[in-house]
Design a protein around this ligand. Structure first.
Ligand SMILES: *Cc1c(COP(=O)(O)O)cnc(C)c1O
Length: 393
């Protein structure tokens, strides 16, 4: 039934399971376990679990199941597995499918913790990882081999908003039989249909737009029923990265307004990007929906909108960037993104501090670069705030 619904209807109703009390708002089943009518019933559930049956919250929980069904309906995937955080989702998706001797190709521009999983953890267990410039299709072609098990990429990179040609990368990967795993946070579940572009597995940090109000950590892995139930579930249920029922409930409430919030944020981001581009105090304004973005055409073809983040480079390096951040009155200094509140980050000294200066420069993370996650405030107020902060530089 929910297959025929449009996005906003799915976000409010998909996956709802009502108890005998007929509650309007989804119930929080804050329980780790479930009782059985008889010893026989317990034995039966351990043997084969039915649709609406649960054993233990590390394996599944009704509130978490509602979240999984709703996000799967939005993404158009057969199934989903919820996790304790975005990183539990990235780790679960990759580690559950890989073994020693496998080869992985990954885009180089990654969220710091994703890079750690690929560069430090997987390699420690005998997986070979080749890093490429994600925007260079020839580099993908040269790196993907017959023994490549998976390719990994962030469809839009953090913080410089490079947009990867997912459709072409998927063709290259599939030609060699490799699975395509996409971290889709920056593209957002509202604007990207990664599965229809060729992704096999999509992961989200639900901490970002899906909560969107700075409350909880969460994550989700989306894919075929076969992959989620036979590969991901055994790994996660035995290693313990389960989502809490309370978190699932917060995220269900977040999903009701997800489409409205993210569209309002993208409207604001575009206005801010347009208002700031050409400002003499800035050397770069990066936003995929601006015509001068290096992958503007790919963004237009593969994403409905350019997302909720704008990257800007302040002339005068770190000192100028810090002065600007400190002078802001509405925009807060923090490191989350996708929130209803506008948030600004200086990547070189925070999220990407762990990298060497050389690695940072290779990724375009210069000392003057700041990442602005645009919230749902009035865009004119945000532009005025950013301009007065630049005056202070
Ligand atoms: C935040 C983020 C993550 C990690 O998510 P958590 O919920 O913080 O664990 C992974 N990938 C990207 C692109 C992110 O922005």
């Amino acid at each position: 039934m929910s297959k025929d619904w449009n996005t906003r209807t799915k976000l409010v109703h998909s996956g709802t399971r009502r108890s005998q009390y007929g509650e309007v708002s989804e119930a929080i089943y804050l329980t780790q376990g479930f009782v059985y009518d008889s010893a026989e019933q317990a034995a039966q559930r351990f043997e084969k679990l039915g649709e609406d049956e649960f054993i233990y919250a590390r394996y599944g929980n009704p509130t978490v199941a509602m979240f999984e069904e709703r996000i799967a309906a939005l993404e158009g995937s057969e199934d989903a597995f919820a996790t304790a955080s975005g990183m539990a989702a990235v780790n679960g998706a990759l580690t559950s499918m890989l073994k020693a001797g496998d080869h992985v190709v990954s885009a180089r521009a990654l969220f710091g913790s994703c890079l750690y999983i690929l560069e430090d953890i997987l390699t420690r267990y005998g997986v070979e990882v080749t890093f490429v410039d994600g925007t260079d299709l020839d580099a993908w072609r040269a790196a993907v081999r017959p023994d490549t098990k998976a390719v990994f990429l962030e469809s839009m990179s953090n913080p410089t908003l490079e947009v990867i040609d997912l459709k072409s990368v998927a063709e290259i990967a599939h030609a060699q039989g490799a699975l395509v795993v996409v971290d889709n946070v920056f593209s957002t579940p509202v604007f990207s249909r990664a599965l229809s572009l060729g992704a096999d597995v999509v992961v989200y940090s639900a901490t970002k737009h899906i909560d969107g109000q700075g409350r909880v950590l969460g994550g989700v892995i989306l894919g075929t029923k076969d992959f989620i139930r036979k590969t991901v579930e055994p790994y996660l249920k035995h290693t313990g990265g389960a989502m809490s029922p309370f978190t699932a409930w917060v995220l269900l409430k977040g999903m009701e307004t997800l489409d409205l919030r993210v569209r309002a944020q993208a409207d604001g981001a575009l206005k801010v990007a347009q208002a700031l581009s050409g400002d003499a105090r800035l050397s770069r304004v990066i936003y995929p929906d601006l015509p001068d973005h290096p992958q503007h055409d790919i963004a237009k073809a593969q994403l409905e909108r350019g997302g909720t983040v704008v990257a800007i480079e302040v002339k005068g390096g770190q000192a100028a960037a810090f002065k600007m951040l400190n002078a802001l009155e509405i925009v807060t200094i923090s490191n989350n993104l996708g929130d209803a509140k506008s948030i600004i980050t200086h990547p070189a000294t925070t999220t990407h501090q762990r990298l060497s200066e050389e690695q940072r420069l290779e990724l375009g993370i210069t000392p003057g670069l700041v990442r602005l996650s645009v919230g749902i405030e009035d865009a004119d107020d945000l532009v005025a705030d950013l301009r007065q902060a630049l005056d202070a530089v």
